[in-house]
Design a protein around this ligand. Structure first.
Ligand code: SAM
Length: 291
């Protein structure tokens, strides 16, 4: 059971203080923990990789339901307290490491002795993610094509809205498209700031990303797709013709115009109105017009 008093006691007895720079806001509400765990549909055959176990609020409950947990924590200063908290749980392995650098497939294989790479079994990823690295971690997990089936994360509510946003909405942007290309995002529930110690300045939401077996669109060049999306949203108030030709992409006006026309997209439209399928067809048309 977690509580503000229990967290404070553990921190005091181990001489730990919260490191704001590492996004350390610890969960202190057992109901929210239970709801997060239920969102991952865990069974005894599941391997779960957790990013940022902190003081083990999620780790303990994941360990009760999954076959094995590999918990990757960046802060060496938490490890003594964490191993005390997790001491009765033989199916948890703590790893000192950086989620922005680890090869998760390799880690899963090394720690289980089983194949978890692209041809092997899939695993689940769970995290109450530090706010300061939400997008980079997420993009690393998806672009790295790690063999993950679902990602259940708690993140800042505004970022959650960006992940799940549809064309035409204010939250829709490059992050929405990149994430939706690789996965199906669902905002499951909102979490008030009061369930953390210390209390952060923002509210959170729990999001489940079901990773697609194949990306949601077919393109000749994935890098080109993401470059086009970034350029288009880099100047989101301009028309597509102006934002794409005036960007670092190096596409001249004629190529851009014929790419847009061949894809059936009005050059006067703005990035926020285009679906992923339209961005994909624009990418393929521009590649064709350039060749
Ligand atoms: N899971 C715990 C909970 O829910 O109470 C702690 C969550 S806290 C928001 C984020 C945790 O991620 C902290 O323990 C922090 O030290 C850790 N962390 C920060 N940056 C990290 C990184 N790059 N790789 C792994 N862990 C990181």
């Amino acid at each position: 059971m977690i509580s503000p008093a229990a967290i404070r006691n553990i921190m005091q007895s181990h001489g730990i203080s919260c490191r704001k720079s590492l996004g350390q806001n610890f969960l202190i509400d057992n109901n929210i923990v239970r709801k997060i765990i239920a969102s991952a549909d865990l069974t005894e055959s599941d391997l779960v990789v957790e990013i940022g176990p902190g003081l083990g609020a999620l780790t303990t409950e994941i360990a009760h339901r999954a076959g094995k947990v590999i918990a990757v924590e960046l802060d060496r200063g938490l490890l003594a307290a964490l191993s005390e908290i997790l001491s009765g749980l033989p199916n948890v392995e703590m790893i000192l490491g950086d989620a922005l650098k680890i090869d998760f497939d390799r880690l899963a294989g090394e720690r289980t002795g089983e194949e978890y790479g692209s041809t092997g079994k899939k695993y689940k990823l769970m995290a109450n993610l530090p706010y300061y690295i939400t997008s980079p971690v997420l993009m690393r997990l998806l672009l790295g094509r790690f063999n993950i089936s679902i990602i259940v994360i708690m993140i800042q509510v505004e970022v959650a809205e960006r992940l799940a946003a549809a064309p035409g909405s204010k939250a829709y942007g490059a992050l929405s498209l990149a994430v939706q290309y690789f996965a199906k995002p669902e905002i499951l529930f909102r979490v008030p700031r009061t369930v953390f110690y210390p209390e952060p300045g923002v509210d959170s939401a729990v999001v489940r990303l079901t990773v697609r077996p194949e990306p949601a669109a077919v393109v000749c060049d994935e890098n080109m797709l993401f470059n086009i999306i970034r350029s288009a949203f880099g100047k989101r108030r301009k028309t597509l013709l102006n934002s794409l030709t005036g960007s670092a992409l190096g596409i001249d006006r004629d190529t851009c115009l014929s790419g847009l026309r061949n894809a059936g997209i009005d050059p006067g439209r703005r990035a926020e109105t285009l679906s992923l399928a339209e961005f994909a067809s624009l990418t393929n048309s521009i590649i064709e017009a350039n060749s």
